[in-house]
Every structure is written in structure tokens, then in C-alpha cells.
Design a protein around this ligand. Structure first.
Ligand SMILES: [Zn+2]
Length: 579
């Protein structure tokens, strides 16, 4: 998708009403000036999302999801920001002119050439496998029960044992340095060579469906490395993408469920037996970014990692990351150390489907895993087992599930139900995690001053100019990013208002949520410039105070007397500044 210029985005936003657009997706109730709806971005039971017709902004006061009309469509439909803009525009009867979009993309999208290079190479590989050189690779794939339809769908290809990719790209005018930067080629002693040689190639795509890397597998040699994968680059970050994401969006919506596997071969195998609501993490542990992408696909998550010890570990760490954003995945545990690909090949489709019908809860999974590790003749091990499970039991909200689990545990260990209950009740109750807006977190006056400064920067150019001239930096990373963006916006546009500024932030949900949270703070709108100067003074003092604290720490750990004296002198100067 190509970039759309800010002015065009603003133009469309002015022509549509967020209330109408969201009203097409959710049922709205009017209360006073605002409209309310059940928030689609968390498990909402009371209408927690408010939509302001005046500001053209939506905000959920429970999960903090917020943004402008395009952010809503983007997050609701799981599409890119530009796709959302284009969709809103055409639904409202103002389709974007192609001329406008393409003109900008040539100039503005600095990574466009990389996408084009991958596209050329991907097509080249796909063609190779259809030629006479591809015979052996094809028969290998067929033997692995990968049909021609699947080969086409997943754009599986073949790299030859030569350096044709670098030649091909060079002939099209691409630079060697770019080929090396994005990991398609390597360079040694001035000689440029192809990275993927004599391998079956599987393109890896970003969430918008652009090819950004390859995983390439051996098929007719006994090379030590079964797979060669693209190195990370500016457009390829493993932790930011899920294999098959784009294709899975609609299937996940249809099924109301998303299945997470470890490898792309698992995805392809599941796909080939008709299970298409599946994505893979590409052999890395689930990251926070993965978790967010998964939540966009569905709240109903099934983890189906490899059946070996490593898969077990990966499942436990995935549960942690997903629990953190309020997802409660179910689990499939495959027997005999098999991964889903091998499992389906060996045991067949029905065996896998029966797993899919009998999903485990995370508690069941942890019970089973811990139990297997325990020698029940060793009382110390039994004690460890029961204590580790007590921690899990404490998290069970459902009384019946709790009681059944306790009874099972009592049976297994020969302990009394009451003993287990008392262990559980002795665990200090953890505050149940709810995603609440940072509002409720107590902040010191320095942190508050930074927030208030941003609040006024979002409203008043005087505050922006004061920030520009007087503030060296903000200690809060997010706020500091916002301040820089406000400055950039103001310099380009010559004014500031919150809604237009969110359009400028495009798909940066994290910053938009924070901007709108700060904008919703209860502060007087008209303040004297002195008040803002006061905030800036407080911020300065806060910065010096932090420096002093850091210095004190250094001093206490410094062994060398001479160095200590230097640090102490520094401290004295800083203290003077702070007063
Ligand atoms: Zn919400």
C-alpha cells in the first residue's frame, strides 16, 4: 500500500463523521454530547467506548484504546492505516485519486525499492521451480504432500546454485549495497554472491503482505543448515511479524479463533488440511508486538507449539506474554515430541482435529507439565509440585474449575483437600491485573509536570515554543517522542489541534492512545504562560534530581578515591544548580 499525504488524509477526515463511520460497525447510544458503544477492543460488557462528535475521536475508558476515525477502522478491520483511509474515503463517496497516491509514494517511501527488490526475486524464485531445474524440488515437495495449489498459494519457489539474483537485480539498476543490506546477497573481497543457493524458498511477509525476507530449505543435499533465513533488516523484524498474518485475518474472523504455531511449515500443513486461521511466530519467542497482532486477529487464541520440551517452554512463556494483555489462550499438546507438520503427516487430519475439539486450559497444561516432572516417591518433589500448582490455583476465578482441580490434585498426591486449600489461601492475593489507563498510577510531581506540559503543547503554540526554547529533554520516553512529533507537526503546519495531530501520527497507536489520554486530563484550558513556565522549571529540577540520584549511586560504588573526589565535586555543582 502506498503512502497517502497528510493533507489528503485531513481532507477526508473533515468530510466524514466518526459517529456515522463507527455507527456502521457498532450500535451507538447517545448520552449528552457523546455517543457510547461496547468497546470491541477489550472484553467489554458495559458500553465503555465514547465517541465524541465534537472532537471526532473515540476513547475507551477501560482499555485506553483511542484514536480518530481511521484508527478505528484500521484496528477494527485489521488493515493498515492507509487502507483504512482509502476505505473510509471510498465508503463516503470520495475515492482517493490514484494519481495523488502514486506521486507521493515514489518520492516518500524510502523503503519502496526494498519491497520491489524482494518482489522481483520472489517472482524469479517462483518461476525457477516451474522450469526443468525445479523438477527435483517439486518432487520433494510433492513427496511431503505439498500440492501445486499450496505451492502457488504460499509462493514457494526455488533458488538455483548460482549468483543469478545479484545479476538480475543489477540488470534492473539496483545497488549492490542495497542487496547486501536487505540480506538477498553477500559480499566478500569485492565479489557479490547470492545468499540463498540451491534451496526451496518460502517468502516471509510483513503484516501488509509485502515480501520482506525468505526462509530457504535444503531438499537435495545434506547441508548442515536445514534452513537459511533472511537476516533482519529495516523492513524485516522477526519480532514484529507473524507468518501468514495477512491471509489469516479473514479466516480468523470467520472462525472466531486464531491458532498459533511455531514454524511456517506448520502453517502450510494446517492450511493444506483446511485449517486456515493459523499464523506462526517464525521460531522466536512470542513478543509483545506479536501479542498485539494476535489480539487483533482474535481474542480466542489456541497455542499449538511443538510437542517437545522446547515447545513446552515456548508455550509457558507465550502464556505469560498473552496473559499480560488479557488473553487466555487454550492449548494443544501434541504427543511424541511432534511438531504440527509431522504430526499431521504421521497421524492424519482427524487426529489433529480431535485435538482441536478438546483444547486444554492453561491451568490443565501447567498441571500436566509439572506433574510429569515430578517423582511422586520423592516427598520434596511432591511438595514443590503442589506449591507450584497452588500459585496457579490462586488465579482460577471459576469456583467449579477450582474445586475440581483441587480434588484432582488431592487424589494424585494423597494430600487432604483442606491442606491444598490452606496453601492456596496463604498465597498473598495478587491484585487482579486490569488494563487501566496510566491515570491511576501515582506519579510524582516531575512526571506530572511533563504530562501537563504536553497537555498544553497539544492546545497552545505558546507552550510548544517554550518547549522548543527551554526544555532540553523529557525523562519519560513516550512523552518525549510525543513532544518531538508535536514540534514537527507545528513546524510543518503552523498550528496545533489534537485531532489533526492524531492524523499526523497515522498508525502509531501507542502514541495516539497516550496523546488522547493526556488530552482527557481534567485541566483548565486557559492558563497563564507563567503556569507553563512553572511546569518547565519543575521538569528541569526533576532532571537535575535524577542526575544527582544517579551520581550518588556511582559515588557509593566507586572504589578509587581520586575518582570519588571528582564525582563529589560534580555532585556539589549539580546541587547548586538544583536549588
Ligand atoms: Zn476498550
Amino acid at each position: 500500500m502506498q503512502k497517502i499525504p497528510y493533507d489528503e488524509i485531513l481532507n477526508i477526515q473533515r468530510k466524514v463523521d466518526i459517529v456515522d463511520v463507527i455507527g456502521n460497525y457498532l450500535s451507538l447510544t447517545r448520552k449528552g454530547k457523546n455517543y457510547f458503544a461496547i468497546c470491541p477492543f477489550h472484553d467489554d460488557h458495559n458500553p465503555s467506548m465514547s465517541i465524541s462528535s465534537e472532537k471526532q475521536i473515540y476513547t475507551c475508558f477501560v482499555c485506553g484504546a483511542s484514536g480518530n476515525v481511521f484508527n478505528f477502522v484500521m484496528n477494527y478491520e485489521h488493515i493498515s492505516f492507509y487502507e483504512a483511509v482509502s476505505k473510509v474515503a471510498s465508503n463516503a463517496g470520495f475515492p482517493l485519486s490514484f494519481k495523488n497516491i502514486s506521486k507521493v509514494s515514489l518520492k516518500d517511501n524510502k523503503y519502496d525499492k526494498y519491497y520491489k527488490m524482494f518482489d522481483i526475486v520472489n517472482k524469479y524464485y517462483q518461476n525457477n521451480i516451474k522450469t526443468v531445474y525445479g523438477k527435483e524440488a517439486l518432487s520433494y515437495l510433492h513427496k511431503r504432500k505439498i500440492t501445486d495449489d499450496i505451492i502457488k498459494e504460499f509462493e514457494i519457489g526455488l533458488s538455483l546454485d548460482d549468483n543469478n539474483v545479484s545479476k538480475l537485480l543489477k540488470s534492473k539498476g539496483y545497488l549492490e549495497s542495497d542487496m547486501v543490506d536487505i540480506g538477498l546477497c553477500g559480499k566478500k573481497d569485492n565479489f557479490i554472491y547470492d545468499i540463498f543457493r540451491n534451496r526451496i524458498t518460502f517468502p516471509l511477509c510483513d503484516i501488509e503482505g509485502n515480501t520482506v525476507g525468505f526462509s530457504a530449505r535444503i531438499y537435495n543435499s545434506d547441508d548442515q543448515n536445514k534452513y537459511v533465513n533472511s537476516k533482519e533488516s529495516v523492513i524485516f523484524k522477526k519480532g514484529d511479524l507473524l507468518y501468514n498474518y495477512k491471509r489469516a485475518i479473514n479466516y480468523a474472523k470467520e472462525k472466531g479463533q486464531i491458532i498459533i504455531v511455531e514454524g511456517f511449515m506448520d502453517v502450510i500443513r494446517l492450511y493444506s488440511i483446511g485449517i486456515k486461521n493459523v499464523v506462526a511466530t517464525m521460531g522466536t519467542a512470542i513478543t509483545k508486538q506479536h501479542a498485539k497482532l494476535i489480539r487483533r486477529l482474535s481474542k480466542n487464541v489456541v497455542l499449538c507449539f511443538d510437542g517437545d520440551k522446547a515447545g513446552e517452554k515456548a508455550t509457558i512463556s507465550a502464556l505469560e506474554v498473552l496473559n499480560d494483555i488479557e488473553l487466555e489462550p487454550k492449548i494443544i499438546r501434541l504427543e511424541q515430541n511432534l511438531d504440527p507438520d509431522d504430526y499431521i503427516i504421521q497421524k492424519g487430519k482427524d487426529a489433529f482435529l480431535s485435538h482441536l475439539k478438546n483444547l486444554m486450559s492453561s491451568i490443565q497444561f501447567k498441571l500436566e507439565v509439572n506433574k510429569e516432572k515430578t517423582d511422586f516417591n520423592d516427598y520434596k518433589e511432591v511438595s514443590n509440585y503442589v506449591n507450584s500448582i497452588a500459585g496457579e490455583l490462586e488465579k482460577i476465578d471459576d469456583k467449579i474449575v477450582y474445586e475440581l482441580t483441587v480434588k484432582k490434585l488431592a487424589n494424585e498426591t494423597g494430600l487432604d483437600v483442606s491442606t491444598i486449600n490452606s496453601l492456596v489461601s496463604n498465597i498473598p492475593k495478587k491484585e487482579k491485573k486490569i488494563i487501566t489507563k496510566a491515570k491511576s498510577i501515582t506519579k510524582n510531581k516531575y512526571e506530572k509536570a511533563e504530562e501537563y506540559l504536553i497537555y498544553y503543547m497539544l492546545k497552545d503554540s505558546k507552550a510548544i515554543l517554550l518547549y522548543q526554547n527551554k526544555v532540553s529533554y523529557l525523562s519519560n520516553d513516550k512523552l518525549s517522542q510525543i513532544a518531538i512529533k508535536i514540534l514537527e507537526f507545528y513546524e510543518k503546519k503552523g498550528y496545533i489541534n489534537v485531532t489533526d495531530f492524531t492524523l499526523f501520527l497515522e498508525d502509531n497507536n501507542e502514541l495516539i492512545d497516550e496523546v488522547l489520554r493526556i488530552d482527557s486530563l481534567n485541566m483548565p484550558d486557559d492558563v497563564d504562560i507563567c503556569v507553563i513556565k512553572d511546569y518547565i522549571n519543575t521538569i528541569d529540577v526533576g532532571i537535575i534530581k535524577r542526575e544527582i540520584d544517579k551520581l550518588k549511586e556511582k559515588i557509593s560504588s566507586e572504589q578509587d578515591v581520586a575518582k570519588k573526589v571528582v564525582l563529589l565535586e560534580k555532585l556539589a555543582t549539580l546541587k547548586k544548580k538544583g536549588v
